[in-house]
Design a protein around this ligand. Sequence first.
Ligand code: ACO
Length: 371
Amino acid sequence: MSRYAHITGWGTALPEHILTNQDLEQMVDTTDEWIVTRTGIRERRIAAPDQTTATLAADAAVAALKHAGVKPTDVDLIIVASSTPEHIFPATASIVQDMIGASRAGAFDLSAACTGFIFALNMAAQAIRSGSLDTAVVIGSETISRIVNWQDRNTCILFGDGAGAFVLQASETPGGVMEAVMHSDGSGADVLMLPAGGSKIPTSPDTVAHGLHYVYMEGRPVFRFATRVMAEGTREVVKKAGLSLEDIDLIIPHQANYRILESAARGLKLPMDKFVVTLDRYGNTSTASIPIAAAEAAAEGRLKPGDKVVFVGFGGGLTWGALLAEWTGPLPDREEIHPERYRLWARLRSSGLRIRRKFLAATTREKELGG
Ligand code: ACO
């Protein structure tokens, strides 16, 4: 019996605070006109001090679970793709697992910069299709505002914060994730990176003094690379699925720069209205940009059950990839779930586990000292 991995729920979390191009004009030597003509971006969201990559991810995941009608306790796997994980370790996904009360789920992060969501979606879908698990939550979540140098006009105008999540469920009905292609060219690792804070260049007063804890990007090589691989990746995944571009209803690209999208459309000889564009309002939200764009397209009725959709992205690594899916929506047997109850239960559960851990550590130490 064949198994398929369907996308049955989606949700987003977007910080309330909006930073406009006019606001940026007050911060760096730039203009609204430059930003709009060179990138298409008009505004972006910035996380509040109490919002983190994990809290945004948890909010998006809960919205997606509610939409799919899946209880957090029925989730087998959580993957968080992020360029701004909560810590180097533990994985942000583990923190999200605890926050949403997904008590049975395994959880890990996937690092492939902005392409991470596509790779994570493919990994979760393959685990479902192989029979290894039934239900997965895949999240792209970012607080890029925390690693951007707000005095560097080359980068600070581009990025925004936010999160998007998909629920994937096993089904014997054909559909869902059909094909994917995943690529990497590590010879370009140095053109787009966060130089310090990892094991190669640990954080020190010197790294901070030199701004090595901020995003470093060489815009032109990244731009050239992006315009090439967006069209190539799309063609490759469509061919691999045995389809042609005419069969594709919608393309949901990584939202980095409107000129990159125009160039991909030209390369594919497709009109721009086949592409979902949200970068004007959210900027580049890295791993979150594709699920946010998909959720908006579904809410607007541009993405309907049965539609063939290509997700295509690129990012640091350098990495690029594309995934072709038949869009599904909630399964017929979906339940009405109350996420706020699960979140309360999750908080109580987490507190109980923490107290138990402290108690066990104290009693073990007493025994050791006594023994
Ligand atoms: N305002 C005004 N002028 C600016 C600004 C700004 N914000 N930024 C740069 N400039 C100036 C430059 O200093 C340069 O001036 P000069 O000619 O006197 O030297 C001029 O504008 C042109 O600069 P370019 O870098 O050539 O501008 P370009 O047209 O390439 O646009 C951009 C720059 C928007 C960054 C573009 O290269 C781009 O989009 N690159 C890809 C970025 C991207 O997609 N990143 C993905 C990240 S994905 C991830 O994994 C995180």
